[in-house]
Design a protein around this ligand. Structure first.
Ligand SMILES: Cc1cc2nc3c(=O)[nH]c(=O)nc-3n(C[C@H](O)[C@H](O)[C@H](O)COP(=O)(O)OP(=O)(O)OC[C@H]3O[C@@H](n4cnc5c(N)ncnc54)[C@H](O)[C@@H]3O)c2cc1C
Length: 303
């Protein structure tokens, strides 16, 4: 890290491709000397901290048309990778379709940063706070590989991203959210919570997200639970999910969920919090939010 700090500063050349294909070709030509840039809010913090070196060329994606739109489409929602976080935060359609994703966006940074920061940059980092929320919404990511645009489940994309096998030239073009479909008469529960070192405007230590349906008898189905935080890998917690699938939430289930989260959640220690603290925080947040959701549904009947 010290070595990076000691590197001489230079002004990188800025490339402004007008199409996905042009951007992809530039990246292939420059290799590690060229970096895709959207809002550059994360890159700037990495350059300042000296964790990433300034590249020779920046490939600015913002000149590519139609990548910033948020459109309702065939009952689902398509969000362009270049949609800024302020826009995502204001989108009524996103709030309706995926409230956990909107809450994640709401908790990121301050307005000045959110006006520049894009949802695509948040995801492309591999650890942005939106990712646990996207995991519980079964989101798909649209990716351009130089020839084709394909859609991949966020979970598969994350596995590649963290395996190191992910092609560096791939461009994330958008997010697709299908309308959540649960059993007849059930109600959708979707939650995102973040814990940081301060109440607001702070990087996350731990984030959790929950998505499920609850029927009139209090039984849960389609349970998805995810956790992440900081620069840790966002992940599904399928042992805790299995405890809840088909069950009615009671104190017994909640104790098992807590244990399952603490056992399965893979995280890392940092100068502000130990691994143990983060695991317990994730367990407590998930249990507390499920308990609140249960209380909220008591006596509500069918919807
Ligand atoms: C004060 C401050 C507070 C912050 N707080 C938070 C927080 O609470 N939670 C959080 O998650 N983040 C936080 N961030 C980080 C950052 O603002 C967000 O993650 C933001 O969404 C990143 O988007 P961007 O457009 O600025 O990405 P950029 O910085 O432009 O890019 C980020 C990375 O993604 C790549 N990239 C960008 N777009 C694409 C694309 N379409 N296809 C392929 N690769 C791409 C870039 O090459 C780079 O590696 C904070 C930043 C600051 C400065």
């Amino acid at each position: 890290m010290e070595a990076l700090r000691d590197e001489p500063l230079w002004t990188p050349a800025v490339q402004r491709p007008r199409s996905l294909h042009e951007a992809w070709e530039l990246k292939r030509t420059f290799g590690r000397d060229g970096v895709y840039v959207a809002g550059s809010t994360l890159l700037r913090t990495q350059w300042e901290a000296g964790t990433v070196s300034m590249p020779k060329s920046l490939i600015d994606l913002r000149g590519i048309e139609d990548l910033a739109d948020i459109d309702e489409d065939g009952g689902g929602l398509s969000i362009g990778a270049l949609a800024d976080l302020s826009r995502c935060r204001r989108s009524a359609a996103l709030g309706h379709m995926a409230p956990a994703v909107q809450e994640a966006v709401r908790c990121i940074a301050a307005p000045a940063v959110r006006n520049l920061a894009t949802i695509g940059g948040n995801i492309a980092s591999g650890y942005g706070d939106c990712l646990p929320a996207l995991l519980v919404c079964d989101a798909e990511l649209a990716v351009f590989d130089g020839k084709f645009l394909s859609r991949r489940r966020v979970e598969e994309w994350l596995a590649d991203r963290w395996s190191g096998m992910h092609p560096q030239e791939d461009i994330l073009t958008g997010i697709w959210l299908a309308p959540p479909a649960g059993p007849a008469g059930s109600r959708r529960i979707e939650i995102f919570r973040k814990v940081g070192r301060r109440e607001a405007f702070t990087p996350s230590l731990v984030t959790v997200a929950i998505g499920c349906f609850i029927d009139s008898e209090g039984r849960l189905s389609g349970v998805k639970i995810a956790a992440g935080g900081g620069s840790g890998r966002p992940q599904r917690l399928d042992i805790a999910e299995a405890v809840l699938e088909g069950a009615s939430i009671g104190k017994e289930q909640l104790a098992s969920v807590f244990e399952a989260v603490v056992t399965q959640f893979e995280t890392y220690g940092d100068p502000f919090a130990t691994v143990e603290y983060k695991k317990k925080t994730a367990g407590n947040l998930i249990v507390a939010e499920l308990w609140k959701a249960l209380e909220g549904s008591a006596g509500k009947g069918d919807h």
